[in-house]
Design a protein around this ligand. Structure first.
Ligand code: NIG
Ligand code: FE
Length: 427
């Protein structure tokens, strides 16, 4: 289908308003459906009119303007329509796979044990270093389409498996290359040379941090290869002071800070996030209530990654999701797609886990993969339906919102529109 002017009629149109009173009033015994309708800005029998790639009108179908009724306007009927989903935290540019570790963990070894025995992230670093930029781009290209088929119209992608100047640049250039292929998805590159200290610097970690700050980040900034800089601040990765130095250097080169904080231990990463003005702190399995309050005060979005908890069988260490909402944090959910701790691109599954493991309502979970995820990227043009914005929409064959996280394990996506064009369509 090649269309530029069309009107979508939705049984339920979920617009995702910015300010919602209901978010402060969670009562597990109250009318959760009614609250979710408010959170999602639901319009029954709603309509969206799109022309020249942008949303021109949103409202009740029967009240659509004349321009949306013309014979040249294609009409599309859908069950549930939401903003295009935003997967705001992935490590999707990698080569190889690590199913051996999956097997070892299921036989009782821990993630840290495997990492200390030379596996883990460093395993993927070897694969990425031996891959060409074209090979990395080819893998990423296929993965982008897999995400689009799940309703994703914006995909953040971190480097961090190169860990040398050339291999980090190669990874980020592969992301740019794929975007230039006109894929139907906005790719958001994030530099994460601060993933772990590579083995050749094991005895001189300061030299690696110097390399990051004096060479890699300036090169990334000069070539405009990334919008964000992320660091893994945890046991076995980077300390608080190293993380702070890396993120501040990134900021000086135009990269917005983000941080992997408190995944394995109470790392102090959240304090770094508030001090450097990070757009998000991600993971948060060991974050305290006071730290959540500080995040809310400093507008640091809480990005939760429940598929990692499932993958690593860490169901006894879940992030304090309801407490984060109560503290006033914007909450996002993302796949953390990577070959070690979350080999899934299924944001629908993540939404399900947001409900089952983290106790979110379907409305809160939807906000977390749309507006909340956009907030993690400091992007107020994504994750909500607004007149004047680019038309990024996900259409679902589902009777109501609750059905999406409830019927897990299969895609309910009927179509995806990105930048006003059909990105994916189920016939
Ligand atoms: O976000 N936490 C650090 N990095 C990834 C794991 C990457 C890997 O094991 O390859 C994560 O979970
Ligand atoms: Fe991650």
């Amino acid at each position: 289908m090649d269309m530029t002017t069309f009107a979508i009629r939705a049984d339920q149109l979920l617009t995702m308003p910015d300010e919602v009173d209901a978010l402060d009033e969670y009562d597990p015994d109250g009318d959760l459906d009614e609250r979710d309708r408010e959170i999602t800005g639901a319009i029954a029998d709603g309509g969206v009119f799109v022309d020249e790639g942008r949303i021109q009108w949103i409202g009740e179908w029967n009240e659509r303007p004349e321009a949306a009724r013309g014979s040249d306007v294609a009409e599309i009927e859908a069950g549930l329509v939401t903003p295009g989903w935003v997967d705001c935290h992935t490590h999707a540019v990698f080569a190889g796979e690590r199913s051996n570790e999956f097997m070892l963990r299921n036989a009782g070894r821990s993630y840290i044990e495997i990492q200390e025995a030379g596996g883990g992230i460093r395993q993927t670093v070897e694969s990425v270093r031996s891959a060409s930029q074209e090979e990395l781009a080819k893998h990423l290209f296929d993965r982008v389409f897999e995400s689009v088929r799940r309703g994703v119209t914006t995909l953040e992608v971190k480097s961090g498996y190169g860990l040398s100047v050339e291999d980090e640049l190669k990874s980020l250039r592969a992301i740019r290359r794929v975007q230039e292929e006109d894929v139907p998805c906005e790719l958001i590159p994030c530099f994460m040379g601060g993933h772990v200290v590579p083995s050749e610097y094991e005895d001189d970690r300061k030299a690696y941090v110097d390399l990051l700050c004096n060479e890699m980040i300036p090169r990334v900034g000069e070539e405009g290869l990334a919008d964000y800089c992320d660091v893994f601040c945890d046991r076995g990765a980077f300390t608080v002071s190293e993380a702070e130095r890396i993120l501040l250097t990134g900021k000086n080169h135009g990269l917005t800070p983000r941080i992997h904080a408190d995944q394995m231990s109470d790392s102090g990463g959240v304090t770094v996030a508030t001090q450097v003005g990070a757009s998000s702190a991600d993971h948060l399995e060991h974050t305290s209530i006071d730290e959540l309050r500080a995040m809310a005060e400093h507008d640091v979005t809480a990005v939760l990654l429940p598929s990692v908890n499932l993958f690593l069988d860490q169901l006894d260490a879940l992030a304090p999701a309801r407490e984060a909402l109560e503290a006033g944090c914007e909450v996002a959910l993302a796949t953390d797609f990577n070959p070690g701790t979350s080999m899934t691109q299924d944001l629908g599954l993540v939404m399900h886990l947001g409900c089952t493991l983290y106790g979110l309502t379907p409305g809160e979970a939807l906000r977390a993969v749309t507006l909340g995820a956009a907030d993690a990227l400091d992007r107020d043009d994504l994750g909500r339906l607004r007149v004047g914005e680019e038309a990024n929409l996900a259409l679902f064959d589902a009777p109501h919102l609750r059905y999406l996280p409830y019927h897990v394990g299969q895609s309910h996506v009927a179509g995806v529109i990105q930048d006003g064009q059909i990105a994916y369509w189920v016939d």
